[in-house]
Design a protein around this ligand. Structure first.
Ligand code: ADP
Length: 481
């Protein structure tokens, strides 16, 4: 069964059942109301006949009539003489005085409830008979003369016609409920098809999606801007992100291969050179030293790669501890000055006197600072200046590594935190740079809850600013020695 058909069929069946139940309940209510209305109309009719009878009855001089003439008058005055309706007159003692000829003799009787109500001056309605064909609606009402109850009058009307009307009405209702339910269900089935078919299409596209067609966009035609289109957008976004991530992974493995191939080629070349012909000890030492340099370069590269991949898997737990920022920056300033000495670059440290304590992983945060400091020295020409400038910004500390170096073009600035991104690849290779330093720095700063940004003017220098959340400030008096 195609995707979506099951859901469509199930929803259709459920909605059909629900519709039948709801419309059935509505139909039942209408049927009941109709039944009530018919009975009320009949009751009104019976009451009006009884009233007419009572008025006409006064025209007869009952006292002067004999029993039989009285009944003749009664029959003459009886409004219903068709023989189907029953009219009976009872004495106050419950004795039948007169009765028209009707087929319900066996059904009519003077029930205690009817007698009690009529004796109390009230009209009383009741249904008599067991099955609908023989059922009659009976009214018992008193005939009052000069404020005195003289007789009890009973009118009986067969319910056969009412039952027939009701059964017609019921049939119409059932037909209407069924036709409406079927029509609505068909409409719903078609509408569901409009909604579910694109889902099935999406599912098929998902099944077909592979690396080669990941960029293919999915569009929901009939409902632009709807939730279905949102789903398509989410799917398109997901495949786009996946494609980008695959592209990054491919680029990463290409870069790794490239980065490892260069030192390996050098190693191989130099080793072959060493093995070729007679070499004196001095030359062999030079070759071995060069090989050692390449091996250590590869070692650093592998370490950096390991760190990045572990960071992605969340496998680098940061050992957070309170570290004294002032001490750390002073130590960096000292080391930076030594590294910068051959290029006669001045390394300066600027910042408030206040002692600041940071909650951070000392080893990792030092790695970040050192990377920015050495980059500043590396990309600054001889005689330049590298400044470490720090300040407090509310609940955070900002450390800026500023240099008077070559600067970075704006087109490169947005990429320098990407892995293996180097602006001048050839010169960096010679410097031992792999383009991983800033990617690692960014990840580490963000893992500390901070941020890193660059601001640079080509030819004038660059500033790398790190903002880290501050956990604790210490008083100048508590300065650690
Ligand atoms: P690398 O190990 O190659 O220095 P990084 O990730 O640390 O790798 O830096 C990426 C690239 O950003 C560098 O190759 C360099 O081109 C550029 N860069 C980094 N810092 C500076 C700076 N202070 N001045 C100019 N360019 C810089």
């Amino acid at each position: 069964m195609p995707v979506g058909s099951k859901l469509r069929n199930r929803l259709t069946i459920w909605s059909f059942i629900l519709l039948i139940m709801l419309l059935g309940a509505g139909g039942f209510f209408c049927y009941h109301a109709q039944q009530q209305e018919l009975l009320e109309n009949l009751d009104k009719q019976l009451l009006s006949i009884a009233r007419n009878f009572a008025c006409s009855y006064r025209e007869v001089d009952v006292s002067s009539s004999t029993d039989s003439s009285f009944c003749q008058d009664f029959n003459r005055l009886s409004v219903w003489q068709s023989g189907e309706q029953a009219v009976e007159l009872y004495s106050l003692q419950g004795k039948v005085l007169c009765s028209n000829k009707h087929p319900f003799n066996s059904l009519l009787s003077f029930s205690p409830a009817a007698e009690a109500n009529s004796s109390a001056g009230k009209s009383y309605f009741e249904n008599i008979g067991d099955n609908s064909e023989q059922k009659i609606r009976r009214l018992t009402t008193p005939i009052i003369e000069n404020g005195q109850i003289r007789y009890h009058l009973q009118l009986g009307h067969p319910l056969e016609e009412t039952a027939l009307n009701l059964s017609h009405y019921r049939l119409k209702l059932i037909t209407a409920v069924l036709i409406t339910s079927i029509c609505l269900t068909i409409c719903q089935w078609l509408l569901l098809g409009l909604m579910i078919n694109p889902l099935a299409k999406l599912s098929r596209q998902m099944d077909r999606t592979g690396e080669e067609n990941m960029q293919q966009k999915f569009m929901f035609g009939p409902f632009p801007g709807s939730e279905l289109q949102q789903l398509a957008d989410s799917y398109n976004g997901l495949t786009e992100r996946l494609a980008q991530s695959l592209q990054r992974a491919r680029q990463f493995s290409t870069d790794v291969t490239h980065e490892l191939r260069t030192p390996l080629t050098i190693l191989r070349g130099e080793t072959e050179l060493a093995l070729r012909g007679e070499k004196d000890a001095e030359e062999l030492r030079r070759i071995l030293n060069s090989n050692l340099e390449e091996i250590s370069r590869m070692g650093h590269l592998v370490e950096d790669l390991l760190l990045l991949s572990k960071s992605e898997l969340g496998e680098i737990p940061l050992k957070m501890e309170a570290i004294n920022l002032n001490d750390l920056l002073e130590e960096l300033h000292f080391h930076g000055s030594i590294i910068a000495e051959p290029k006669q670059i001045k390394v300066e440290l600027q910042g408030p006197e206040q002692q600041v304590s940071l909650l951070a992983d000392a080893h990792r945060i030092r790695q970040v600072f050192l990377n920015l400091l050495t980059n500043g020295i590396k990309y600054t020409p001889e005689g330049g200046t590298v400044t470490i400038d720090w300040s407090l910004k509310g609940e955070a500390v900002r450390i800026i590594f500023k240099d008077t170096g070559i600067g970075i073009d704006s087109e490169h600035q947005q990429h320098i935190f990407d892995r293996f991104y180097r602006i001048d690849k050839t010169s960096n290779c010679n410097d031992g740079g792999s383009g991983l330093g800033l990617a690692i720095a960014k990840w580490l700063v963000e893992a500390h809850g901070g941020s890193i940004m660059v601001c640079s003017v080509p030819g004038q220098g660059s500033s790398f600013a790190i903002v880290l959340p501050l956990t604790r400030k210490t008083d100048p008096a508590t300065k650690q020695q």
